[in-house]
Design a binder for this molecule. Structure first.
Ligand code: GDP
Ligand code: MG
Length: 163
């Protein structure tokens, strides 16, 4: 059955991607969005907002016991907005993580977003869901069903072909 995160392992798979406040402040939104667009992924939803502390805390709840949790929530809720997105397409969850790069930018592939633009783990520009379960939770947390669009990009058949 199709869930809010699409169907795992199909062209309807979805991931939650967020440009963090440093990415917005550094005016890297267009460059980052372009990587997903040019790969052929479908933009299903996008909005900019300053998350409430409650939203940021829930998003990162699995890290609540870590020493950097307080600082992480403060960073995400700084007042400079984030850009929250849902992207869709074949293997988007795994490929999204590859586009984003390793958590510590000093270990990220230089071709990844973090590897090209960041050096600090606490200012690593971008988030992407790390599993189908995370994508389901995160899309549901950040978006309502009504905010998720259904359409077919003109190149979809070419890009997502499986034959
Ligand atoms: P991600 O999935 O690659 O974003 O990494 P995690 O889920 O492990 O951590 C979530 C976010 O917490 C990271 O993207 C960083 O912004 C932050 N973070 C993780 N580890 C550290 C750390 O050791 N120090 C600081 N300051 N922030 C961290
Ligand atoms: Mg994570």
């Amino acid at each position: 059955a199709k869930t809010i995160a699409g169907e795992k392992g199909t062209v309807s798979e979805r991931s939650f991607v967020m440009i963090k406040p440093d990415g917005v402040s550094r005016q890297l939104v267009g460059k980052i969005v372009s990587r997903f667009e040019e790969r052929g992924y479908k933009l299903v939803a996008i909005k900019s907002l300053t998350p409430s502390p409650a939203l940021a805390k829930e998003h990162y709840i699995d890290l609540a016991s870590r020493p950097f949790y307080g600082g992480l929530v403060k960073y995400i809720t700084s007042g400079t907005p984030v850009v929250a997105m849902v992207w869709e397409g074949k293997d988007i969850i795994r490929q999204g993580r590859r586009i984003v790069g390793a958590t510590n930018p000093l270990e990220s592939d230089p071709g990844s977003v973090r590897g090209q633009y960041a050096v600090s783990v606490g200012r690593n520009l971008i988030h992407a869901s790390d599993s189908f379960e995370s994508a389901t939770k995160e899309i549901d947390l950040w978006f309502s069903e009504a905010e998720l669009s259904s359409y077919e990009p003109t190149a979809w058949g070419w890009v997502m072909a499986d034959n």
